[in-house]
Write a protein that binds this ligand. Structure first.
Ligand SMILES: *[C@@H]1O[C@H](CO)[C@@H](O)[C@H](O)[C@H]1NC(C)=O
Ligand SMILES: *[C@@H]1O[C@H](CO)[C@@H](O)[C@H](O)[C@H]1NC(C)=O
Ligand SMILES: *[C@@H]1O[C@H](CO)[C@@H](O)[C@H](O)[C@H]1NC(C)=O
Ligand SMILES: *[C@@H]1O[C@H](CO)[C@@H](O)[C@H](O)[C@H]1NC(C)=O
Ligand SMILES: [Zn+2]
Length: 638
């Protein structure tokens, strides 16, 4: 596994006391064992003592780029234990004490690259089952904390003030707070954060009082550690509805308020399908362009990329997606990241249902849902066949993440293979009428819990125990076999047929290309068109340029269109567009766009070195996860 290529852990034996498990770490074979019995990516042992609540008191230091303060962790003891085990990553631990002031001894294990270290805290006496423990840890983060991005003023729109934001999913929370950094653990939290007065501090929680430089927060619904989030900047806000504000720098606030004006409508449509929204507030924060994802479903405060500001509300599906995470992911959560499809596959599935429910004509609604599913199928095919290859075990719906960093496993596979699997199951059991009831029952059963795929399967089979069709499911093929799904649902192709025909025409050597071809297409259909062209042999330069002009691709401000247009240009080896391509990857950090473009540039031998130079020059401005994954894509050593 490439992630660990540079470590040199020679057969370190890990003896885990209470359970007779010995895990071996081999660096030479690039195989690393699970860090703990329940979660391959976490050292922590929540089956012995589990965090139920955290109280954070943090100070933001823009000068030294650190957070410092303390975390008080409340544990429920589940087995008799003499120590507590937590995850940390490049944290300086100053002290650990019990709530009565007793100082505790602690040990920090040898860091495992990209996974952090094991923090073992020794208790003065054996803690017994049923006891409660309160442990206070004083600490500071490192300026290189992988969850944090510290922006210089010149990297913001306003250019005057620095900015800080976090991205903890999948396993970066350990770089900002000592914790059980596994989604198997859910806890409530409160926080008190100080920052210079001109700044606004936001967290994935309900905002309490703001007194000069101090802001308080509370999150009364238990969350997994990866949903901890913080952002600090000079921000403005606008109201979007009775329970929603949008936040951004001043420069983006009007565009943001316009783009996301329909948020309340989406929330209500989501509640119609899934039941009440339990998180009280649903705010949006539009981040600076280096934010690596389309959106991140931080509770009470979704983080989004400014590339969603297309000016046509065409990227509303991302907002619907993040809203759906309020149920799948945030309320019902994968137990570890091998079961990530329970978060993302369900969320994509719900996103498309809710998107369709906003269309009043049921025939059109079905067409639209299937159209978006077909777009997703294309993205799945690209992930399976290009990002990986069909035999790569990371293309399984449930991959084995022993020794694999979840950031390396990240792809559209859990999203699209997962959603497609649910659609297959829905069709099998008799359609949405019955399946929607099952979904509500599933959400209700597992709310505020974390589960794995076996628990989902058992619940489904029990719920539909009289259904004969369900007995025909080849679970092994769906869950544990690499490559494309074994069965593709019979999607309605009426919205893609004309596009496929147009692509056919464009591909012919005698094709005439005119703006009339695309006059009736909406943004998503144009995206589909470009995506289909990307799956075919490169277009001759002359035709490509005509397409760019006639179809308005050169001047588009919709990042989904710009992204695909630039990839087509790279495929056709259009050197005149290279400047635009570099500009696009330097201007924003959304990995969905940046990674494939860099991979395409890498594949073009004549520009490979320029692509690498461009990356190295800009790496310092990227968020950790973008720089980390791009290094892999560009075959660079750490
Ligand atoms: C604090 O609590 C611990 C654990 O219960 C106990 O061993 C210790 O004696 C207490 N210290 C004080 C000063 O009460
Ligand atoms: C941005 O500002 C930082 C320090 O404030 C400086 O080191 C850096 O060179 C500047 N970058 C650009 C592109 O101006
Ligand atoms: C916050 O205000 C207090 C009291 O005015 C001051 O002591 C402290 O240094 C301030 N902290 C920050 C981060 O500005
Ligand atoms: C282009 O050629 C194909 C077959 O070679 C023919 O069917 C089609 O009508 C031609 N189209 C135009 C616009 O001349
Ligand atoms: Zn998602």
């Amino acid at each position: 596994m490439a992630a660990l290529g540079s470590i040199n852990l020679n057969k370190i034996l890990y003896f885990i006391c209470n359970v007779n498990i010995i895990l071996y770490y081999f660096s030479s074979t690039q195989v690393m064992g699970a860090l703990s019995p329940l979660d391959p990516s976490s050292f922590s042992r929540p089956e012995l003592a589990i965090i139920k609540h955290a109280s954070l008191s943090l100070n933001i230091d823009f000068e030294s780029k650190v957070l410092n303060g303390d975390a008080i962790l409340n544990f429920d003891v589940l087995e008799d234990i003499g120590e507590l085990v937590l995850d940390i990553s490049s944290l300086s631990i100053e002290s650990v004490e019990l709530d009565n002031g007793t100082k505790l001894k602690f040990d920090i294990g040898e860091p495992v690259p990209n996974f952090g270290s094991k923090l073992t805290i020794s208790l003065p006496n054996q803690a017994l089952v049923g006891e409660k423990l309160k442990v206070k840890i004083k600490y500071a983060t490192a300026p290189t904390a992988s969850a944090l991005q510290w922006l210089e003023p010149n990297q913001t729109s306003g250019k005057k003030h620095p900015y800080l934001f976090s991205q903890c999913q999948p396993i970066h929370a350990r770089s900002i707070v000592p914790c059980q950094d596994t989604p198997a653990v859910k806890f409530t939290y409160d926080a008190e954060v100080t920052a210079p007065e001109e700044f606004t501090v936001l967290m994935s929680a309900l905002r309490g009082e703001v007194r000069s430089n101090r802001t308080t927060f509370r999150q009364p619904v238990p969350i997994p550690s990866y949903l901890l989030a913080i952002a600090v900047g000079v921000l403005e806000q606008r109201s979007l509805g009775p329970r929603s504000l949008v936040w951004s720098e001043k420069e983006e606030i009007e565009r943001s308020a316009w783009e996301f004006a329909e948020t309340e409508k989406y929330l209500q449509a989501a509640e119609n399908l899934c039941g009440p929204y339990v998180w009280t507030q649903y705010d949006l924060l539009v981040l600076p362009p280096s934010f690596p994802y389309g959106g991140m479903e931080n509770p009470c405060l979704t983080f989004v990329t400014p590339t969603l500001l297309a000016g046509d509300r065409s990227q509303a599906d991302v907002i619907v997606h993040e809203i759906m995470h309020s149920w799948t992911g945030n309320l019902v959560t994968n137990k570890n990241f091998e079961h990530f499809w329970l978060n993302e596959g369900f969320t994509v599935f719900l996103e498309r249902k809710v998107g369709a429910s906003l269309i009043s004509d049921p025939v059109e609604a079905k067409k639209s849902r299937d159209f978006h599913s077909l777009l997703g199928l294309q993205e799945l095919s690209e992930a399976v066949n290009e990002q990986f290859d069909p035999s790569n075990p990371l293309t399984r719906l449930v991959p084995d993440l022993n020794g694999v960093h979840p950031d390396d496993a990240f792809s559209r596979v859990p999203y699209e293979k997962g959603s497609l699997f649910l659609r297959y199951l829905e069709d099998l059991v008799g359609g949405s009428d019955v399946f929607d009831d099952f979904l509500r029952s599933y959400l209700n059963k597992f709310k505020k819990q974390s589960l794995d795929t076996d628990q989902f399967k058992a619940y489904l089979l029990d719920y539909f125990k009289d259904n004969k069709q369900l007995k025909t499911v080849d679970w092994n093929a769906w869950l544990y076999t690499s490559g494309m799904p074994p069965i593709i649902p019979a999607y309605d192709t009426s919205m893609t047929k004309s596009i496929t025909a147009l692509v056919e025409t464009i591909s012919q050597s005698n094709a005439t290309i005119s703006s009339l071809d695309v006059r009736t297409l909406n943004a998503h259909q144009l995206i589909r068109l470009l995506q289909e062209l990307l799956e075919r042999p490169a277009l001759p330069l002359e035709k490509l340029r005509l397409l760019g002009k006639e179809y308005g691709l050169e001047t588009s401000t919709n990042s989904e269109i710009v992204y695909r247009w630039l990839r087509l240009c790279i495929r056709s080896r259009d050197e005149d567009r290279l400047g635009d391509a570099f500009d696009f990857v330097n201007r924003q950090g959304r990995m969905k766009y940046v990674r494939p473009i860099y991979r395409d540039l890498y594949a073009w031998e004549d520009v490979r070195d320029r692509a690498i130079d461009n990356f190295l020059k800009n790496e310092q401005y990227m968020m950790h996860v973008s720089a980390y994954t791009l290094r892999k894509d560009l075959h660079l050593k750490d």
